[in-house]
Design a protein around this ligand. Structure first.
Ligand code: 5GP
Ligand code: ZN
Length: 142
């Protein structure tokens, strides 16, 4: 059996409550759901971070997230979904195989927005935005 639990789920060597599977992607229920219907969408072949995906698989994952979000909301009568990736260990990624979370959200569920991911809130000392934008574009390929 492979050491990556999500690779094992993708090959059927480990169990999961599967919602959808195709050549590039698989969606299954999270084993520790934050809400009923909390779903993970993964590439069927191993990639650790979002930037490691080939473009076709990245597109397929986005398509799957788009398709599933309203179906999940309807299935569990949710009002919204929070959709996100922990991309790297420092961001909280525990399973080093790309996975997008679809977390059903309910009016008054007590949860926060993505801005609540850092407890101190918006960083008023986040540097010069123009310099940061330039530094980012310098790292982009054409
Ligand atoms: P992360 O913190 O890496 O973004 O999220 C990993 C998610 O995978 C967690 O929500 C965790 O509950 C879920 N998870 C970890 N192992 C398994 C597993 O073996 N099966 C399923 N279905 N979910 C898992
Ligand atoms: Zn893997």
């Amino acid at each position: 059996m492979t050491e990556c639990i999500f690779c094992a789920i993708a090959t059927g060597d480990a169990p999961a409550t599967t919602i959808r599977k195709d050549d590039r992607t698989m969606a299954f229920l999270d084993a520790n759901p934050l809400a009923p219907g909390h779903t993970l969408v993964i590439p069927t072949t191993h990639a650790e971070r979002l930037e490691d995906l080939d473009p076709e698989t990245a597109h397929a994952i986005m398509d799957r997230l788009r398709e599933l979000a309203p179906a999940i909301e309807a299935a569990v009568d949710a009002d919204a979904t929070t959709i996100g990736f922990n991309n790297g260990r420092a961001a909280g990624q525990e399973v080093p195989h790309v996975h997008g979370h679809i977390i059903p959200r309910f009016d008054g569920d007590g949860g926060g927005p993505i801005h609540a991911v850092l407890p101190r809130g918006p960083d008023r000392d986040a540097g010069d935005p123009e310099a940061i934008a330039r530094a980012i574009t310098d790292h982009l390929q054409d």
